[in-house]
Design a protein around this ligand. Structure first.
Ligand code: AMP
Length: 424
């Protein structure tokens, strides 16, 4: 069977790697892919902002299954468009993807379904905001309503700073594009946890938990990035807590979406804050996380294609997910300057030595091929990922492998997993 993967990052490389392990798959096509994905799969160019171009590509390729990686094609309605043309596709429809593409929708949905989350107000103009802000104690969280690639959240230490931030979002001076709606939220304290589930619209199955590191600097300091590393261990979440999250958050979300006529099929990624009151939802994503997917798929023992097809067909209840015990981790190597401006085009060496470390897979995020040379072409360049019997072993292997890799300006954090290691 032929599988088409839409996207170009480390998440898509991990998906391509897992799909290729399926005995039923004969061909993997990735659009647009990257230099690493192209080593094992056919990559074809496509603009992920151009719905018609993606549809034309899928219609021409006639894959047996399409997997959508990033949020943008989902929010443009790629799933609806491909289903209309009789193609099988894994991911939520445009309406269902609003759980991610509109923070306002997500907050109001959680309120309707009594799903625990921070107190909030959705405002459409400065006057509304000025009234609402007085109901919140600083720090106050201000968020743009739409997709903002992690940049649309501002934590404000005073009422005036919150008003200024909201003004910046409304006028477009902060994100470049003006927000139609701004959400203000109570600030939550605690440890963050990424809880990812699969859903076929009715049934829900949790994936192993993961914890990512969003900040660029050691000790979780500095600006937010797409993610500088992640780890997954069995010990991160005990069975009782997992059951609570399923019962009070994941299942009510999927049930609520179905009741409202917008069944959610795909990956439901729930960003949680483990507060003193219990877990509360920070955000939903409607797709696999990047780099969470790299660490999670390394531990999956099932055939990924069987699992995703069960979601598409509404028979996820027939699948039992099996996971390798122990741990996995992914350390992201980025370009100097990221998440600010950075240069690209630097040759990358040491990948084969890195790949020989036991348990290691190197997933490419921002690489391309110039002739026979692999070069950097993004902020996040590689996700050096490893499994192990313990978190220490997984991290040790990932760091041993990443030390083999060189490109000009390579940067990575040395403290991925530090919170989990400190807890031991
Ligand atoms: P979001 O895109 O909504 O997940 O926000 C990105 C990051 O901002 C989260 O991973 C948190 O670290 C932080 N954040 C968002 N909302 C809150 C909140 N209500 N309280 C504290 N931190 C938050």
């Amino acid at each position: 069977m032929k599988v088409l993967i839409l996207g170009s990052g480390g998440r898509e490389h991990a998906l391509a790697w897992a799909v290729k392990r399926s005995t039923r798959v004969t061909e993997v096509v990735c659009a647009p892919g990257n230099g690493g994905i192209a080593q094992g799969s056919r990559c074809v160019p496509v603009d992920l902002k151009d719905l018609d171009a993606m549809v034309r590509l899928a219609v021409a390729e006639q894959p047996n299954l399409t997997i959508v990686g990033p949020e943008l094609p989902l929010s443009l309605g790629i799933v609806d468009a491909l289903e209309e043309r009789g193609l099988r596709v894994f991911g939520p429809t445009k309406e269902a993807a609003r759980l991610e593409s509109s923070k306002g929708f997500a907050k109001q949905f959680m309120k309707r379904h009594q799903i625990p989350t921070a107190k909030y107000a959705v405002c459409t103009n400065a006057a509304e905001l000025e009234k609402a802000v007085d109901f919140f104690h600083p720090p106050i969280v201000v968020k743009a309503d739409g997709l903002a690639a992690g940049k649309g959240v501002i934590i404000c230490s005073s009422r005036n700073i919150a008003l200024e931030a909201a003004h910046g979002l409304f006028t477009g001076s902060l994100l470049g594009e003006s927000a139609e709606r701004v959400v203000i939220e109570e600030f939550l304290e605690g440890d963050e946890l990424s809880f990812l589930c699969l859903s076929d619209g009715v049934h829900v199955a949790p994936l192993v938990p993961a914890q990512d590191h969003k900040r660029i600097g050691e000790g979780d300091t500095g600006p937010n990035t797409g993610g500088m590393g992640v780890y997954s261990t069995d010990a991160m979440l005990d069975a009782g807590m997992q059951e609570w999250i399923m019962h009070h958050i994941a299942e009510p979300t999927v049930r609520g979406m179905a009741e409202e006529g917008t069944k959610f099929k795909g990956v439901l990624y729930i960003g949680l804050m483990m507060t003193a009151r219990g877990p509360e939802v920070l955000e939903y994503n409607a797709r696999f996380g990047d780099p969470e997917t790299q660490a999670i798929l390394l531990r999956l023992e099932n055939d990924l294609v069987d699992v995703l097809e069960a979601c598409v067909d509404g028979r996820l209840n027939e699948v039992e997910l099996r996971w390798s015990r122990g741990a996995s981790a992914c350390v992201v190597a980025s370009s100097a300057g990221y998440p600010g401006s950075y240069k690209t085009g630097f040759p990358i060496t040491g990948l084969s030595a890195a790949g020989q470390v036991p348990g290691v897979e190197v997933f490419h995020s921002g690489t391309s091929r110039v002739g026979s040379q692999l070069v950097t072409c993004g902020g996040r360049v590689l996700g050096v990922s490893a499994t192990g019997d313990s978190l220490e072993q997984a991290l040790g292997r990932a760091y041993q492998a990443i030390a083999e890799i060189q490109f000009e300006g390579i940067y990575y954090r040395f403290d991925i997993g530090h919170r989990a290691l400190a807890r031991k």
